[in-house]
Design a protein around this ligand. Structure first.
Ligand SMILES: *Cc1c(COP(=O)(O)O)cnc(C)c1O
Length: 492
């Protein structure tokens, strides 16, 4: 059946809401606020409900199916977190309220700061940054300020392994420092020889994505950290994918000086479509004075307890300043609070263990069919090649598009750059063995199709509302208007 477009249903005088009788005097609306050019459809409530439900069904979401988009941690986000974030005491507070009226909100922020510190081994935490990349920029600016503060002005180099997340070089460049790329060795670790060659008194630091975008824990991590520290540099950790390590190893104990978390990934906030996020930064004591603020502090009573009324806001002594208006992404912080409270420390560790187990299960199920170039025990994700020697016309993109027909979201494609035709697969800890098996079966079936019916892959997806798009144009020239500007049924 052809789906009606909302404009086709418009009929003059039809409406979807009944306004209550006004309890204020009526006045004319200023004529310049009335825009005839909007040409809005006049429709009833049920037409609107069906319109939006139809649109939502054209979309793919974690709540609809498996979403193994590597590095993005598209795991299930418990609905309880949503309920908590919507409690009026959290959702309706205003950032200009006097502190004595938002003690509960400050208590939540304080606890999240404490918990992140405990999980990571860091002394200072700021909840200010609004996303992972924003946390990176914050951390690099802190490193830069630390060196400048000591009169160490030569340090302008940030070393970045080629297995780092793409935001790392971008954040460094934005901070005004220079990126020097370090190659990986044949086990996917940072190449120690190449690293040693760059270690001098111009190194501001290194940014290590750990686990790397290959899904690997660097086997020489301690040597890398020591080498950087020995030449006077600082070590930044990209902790966006903390669900591989949480409750098992603490970056602060390993010698990382500063790191960001992605609350929206690890601590379960839905984050498709670019938001909302939260990228708190944690650091060891020597960097704490540079953290952005405000940070929540607490006065302890004689029993060492803190109570409502005890929470205050503070700016670290040598702060790099504010990086976000007011108090960070409060709604995401509430969700993280609820998530940690429900999981408890055992639950958080269990989440990491399951994330790692799921990734390794899929790696082993697929590795005889899809070449896994760095085939050793992985962390929360692994990278396979979407290419077969005996089906040279098939590319990673074809495999990904065909997965849509099997009802799965594609993995991350063509990243990391050091793996040709990369398929970066992150199953997350929230999927059942049945779902992992169904995905593995689909991948194996697609590998057979690649040899026997390659056109099935080339023309995929066959089942989606739109077929192959120019993805860059689709993202850059996003059409947000509900006027039919293309024919959905023909996929053009
Ligand atoms: C997602 C991710 C980032 C960036 O986080 P955003 O919140 O999207 O800015 C950085 N590094 C890694 C390893 C990531 O997975």
């Amino acid at each position: 059946m052809k789906e009606p477009l909302i404009y086709d249903l418009s009929s003059p005088g039809r409406h979807g809401v009944t306004m209550p009788e006004p309890d204020v005097p009526l006045t004319e609306l200023p004529a310049d606020l009335l825009r005839d050019d909007l040409d809005l459809p006049e429709v009833s409530e049920i037409d609107v409900v069906r319109h939006y439900l139809r649109l939502s069904q054209r979309n793919y979401a974690v709540d609809r199916g498996f979403y193994p988009l590597g590095s993005c941690t598209m795991k299930y986000n418990p609905k309880l977190n949503e309920d908590m974030a919507r409690l009026p005491g959290f959702a309706a507070v205003h950032p200009y309220q006097p502190l004595e009226t938002i003690q509960g909100a400050l208590a939540v922020m304080y606890e999240v700061q404490q918990w992140l510190g405990e999980l990571s081994g860091f002394d200072g935490i700021s909840l200010q940054p609004a996303a992972g990349a924003h946390g990176e920029l914050t951390g690099v600016l802190m490193m830069r300020r630390y060196h400048l503060d000591r009169g160490d002005e030569k340090r302008t180099k940030i070393l970045i392994p080629d297995s780092a997340h793409g935001t790392n070089p971008a954040s460094t460049t934005m901070s005004g420092l220079n990126v020097v790329e370090i190659p990986s060795d044949d086990r996917g670790n940072i190449d120690l020889g190449a690293l040693r060659a760059e270690c001098d008194n111009t190194v501001a630091g290194i940014m290590i994505t750990n686990p790397s975008t290959l899904g690997l824990f660097d086997e020489n991590l301690e040597a890398v950290i020591a080498m950087i520290h020995d030449c006077g540099g600082l070590v930044y950790g990209d902790g966006a994918n903390f669900n591989a390590l949480m409750g098992i190893v603490r970056p602060g104990d390993l010698g990382f000086d500063v790191m960001h978390f992605n609350l929206h990934k690890t601590f379960a906030t839905p984050h498709g479509g670019g938001g909302p996020g939260s990228g708190p930064v944690g650091c060891l004591a020597h960097l704490s004075p540079y953290l952005p603020g405000p940070i929540v502090g607490a006065n302890l009573d004689e029993n060492g307890e803190h109570m409502p009324g005890d929470y205050y806001l503070t700016m670290p002594q040598k702060t790099i300043g504010r990086v976000k208006a007011f108090y960070g992404q409060f709604g995401v912080i509430v969700r993280a609070f609820a998530y940690v409270l429900v999981c408890g420390s055992d639950g958080l560790r269990h989440a990491s263990e399951m994330a790692v187990l799921a990734a390794n299960y899929l790696r082993v199920r697929l590795r005889d069919t899809y070449h896994v170039p760095y085939d050793r025990v992985s962390m929360h994700e692994f990278v396979a090649e979407g290419h077969f020697a005996d089906a040279p016309d098939i590319h990673a993109l074809d495999i990904s598009k065909r997965l849509i027909d099997y009802g799965f979201h594609p993995p991350t494609n063509y990243f990391p750059l050091i793996v040709p035709e990369a398929l970066m697969i992150e199953p997350t800890e929230t999927e059942s063995i049945e779902t992992l098996d169904a995905f593995a079966e689909a991948m194996l079936a697609i590998a057979r199709e690649a040899r026997e019916q390659p056109e099935l892959l080339h023309d995929a997806p066959h089942s989606a509302p739109v077929k192959r798009l120019d993805e860059v144009a689709a993202a850059k020239n996003l059409i947000l208007c509900c006027r039919p500007v293309f024919n959905v049924d023909e996929g053009k």
